[in-house]
Design a protein around this ligand. Structure first.
Ligand code: SF4
Ligand code: SF4
Length: 279
C-alpha cells in the first residue's frame, strides 16, 4: 500500500494533475519527495514543547475532524513539491521577487489542495480515512509578533524524515529549499521512514563549518543573520503594503502578492541537500 500511494502521488504530480501553469513553459513542480511517519511517533508530542502547547498532534488533528472517532493507530504522510528550475531561475534576478515566483505562490496552493483531495479519495476507495489539517476549520494561523500556526508543515516534514531546518527556519530537503509542503493524516498503517539526519539542523552548511551564510547575503531587508530570522521583517517584506504595491506594479492582483523567497535561490541549498558538497 505504501508503494501504491507513493506511485499514485508521483503519477498525479508528473502526469495526471494540473501541473501546467499558463505563466510557465515547463511543469510547475518536479518529482515530489514523499515520507511517512507513525501518527503516534513521540516526536509529534515534542512539538508541543518546542513550538507551543497549541500545536496539534496528528491524533488531535484527526480526532478534531472525525468528531468522535478515535485514532488508535495511523500514519502521517508528508510531501515536498520542488519548484521547477524555471521558477527558481526567475527569482535570482534583482532584489524583488519574480512574477513567476509570486504567481506560483498562489497557484501552487491550489495544486496542493487538489493533490490532497486526490490522496484522500484514493485512500477512501481503499477503506481508509485521511485529512489535510490545513484545509480544516481547526487550522489556525496567528499573526502576532511571532507569526505561527497550530500545524507547522515544516515540523511535520522534519518528523517524517523529509529534511532539517536551515539558518532561516525553512526546510532543507534532498531537493533543496525551493519547495511547497503538504501533509495528511490517515488511519492507514504503513512502515515509517527513517529520519536520515543527526539533528534538526544537520542539512544546513552553516551548522557544520560556520562559513556558509549565503542566504544572509541574499536577503534585501536584513531579516537574516547568523542568529536566525527576524520573522516580522520577513513577513512585512513578503506580505506587507509595499509587497502588495509591487505586485500591482507588475500586473498582479494584490491577493497574488504572496512571498519573497529571494533567500531560497542562488544558494547552495536551493535544489539539493548541500551536505553532498561535503562528501
Ligand atoms: S545558504 Fe548556506 S547557511 Fe543558508 S540555509 Fe543554505 S546551507 Fe544554510
Ligand atoms: S523570504 Fe525574503 S525577506 Fe524573508 S528572509 Fe528570505 S529574502 Fe529575507
Amino acid at each position: 500500500m505504501k508503494n501504491f500511494l507513493k506511485d499514485s502521488i508521483k503519477k498525479y504530480v508528473m502526469e495526471k494533475g494540473d501541473n501546467f501553469f499558463d505563466f510557465l513553459d515547463t511543469n510547475g513542480f518536479k518529482n515530489p519527495l514523499i515520507r511517512f511517519a507513525s501518527a503516534k511517533d513521540p516526536i509529534f508530542n515534542s512539538f508541543k514543547e518546542i513550538i507551543g502547547e497549541y500545536h496539534l498532534t496528528p491524533t488531535e488533528a484527526y480526532e478534531l475532524f472525525f468528531d468522535g472517532e478515535k485514532l488508535k493507530k495511523g500514519s502521517v504522510i508528508s510531501i515536498a513539491l520542488p519548484f521547477s528550475d524555471e521558477i527558481i531561475e526567475s527569482n535570482k534576478q534583482g532584489n524583488m521577487p519574480s512574477k513567476k515566483w509570486l504567481l506560483m505562490g498562489c497557484s501552487g496552493g491550489g495544486f496542493t489542495s487538489e493533490l490532497s483531495s486526490y490522496i484522500s479519495t484514493i485512500l477512501k476507495d481503499k477503506g481508509y480515512n485521511a485529512i489535510n489539517p490545513t484545509s480544516q476549520n481547526s487550522f489556525k494561523i496567528t499573526l502576532d509578533d511571532n507569526p505561527h500556526s497550530n500545524w507547522s508543515q515544516k515540523h511535520i516534514a522534519y518528523g517524517c524524515g523529509l529534511g532539517t531546518f536551515s539558518l532561516n527556519g525553512s526546510l532543507i530537503t534532498e531537493k533543496g529549499r525551493a519547495i511547497l509542503l503538504l501533509s495528511l493524516i490517515t488511519n492507514l498503517v504503513v512502515e515509517p521512514d527513517s529520519r536520515p539526519y543527526k539533528n534538526h539542523t544537520d542539512n544546513c552548511l552553516h551548522y557544520h563549518d560556520k562559513e556558509c551564510g549565503e542566504c544572509i547575503e541574499r536577503c534585501p531587508v536584513d531579516a537574516l543573520s547568523e542568529n536566525g530570522i527576524d520573522k516580522l521583517k520577513c513577513f512585512e517584506r513578503s506580505f506587507g503594503e509595499e509587497a502588495k504595491e509591487y505586485a500591482k506594479s507588475i500586473g498582479l492582483k494584490s491577493d497574488h502578492a504572496y512571498g519573497c523567497g529571494l533567500c531560497l535561490v542562488g544558494v547552495p541549498c536551493e535544489n539539493e541537500n548541500p551536505l553532498k558538497s561535503l562528501n
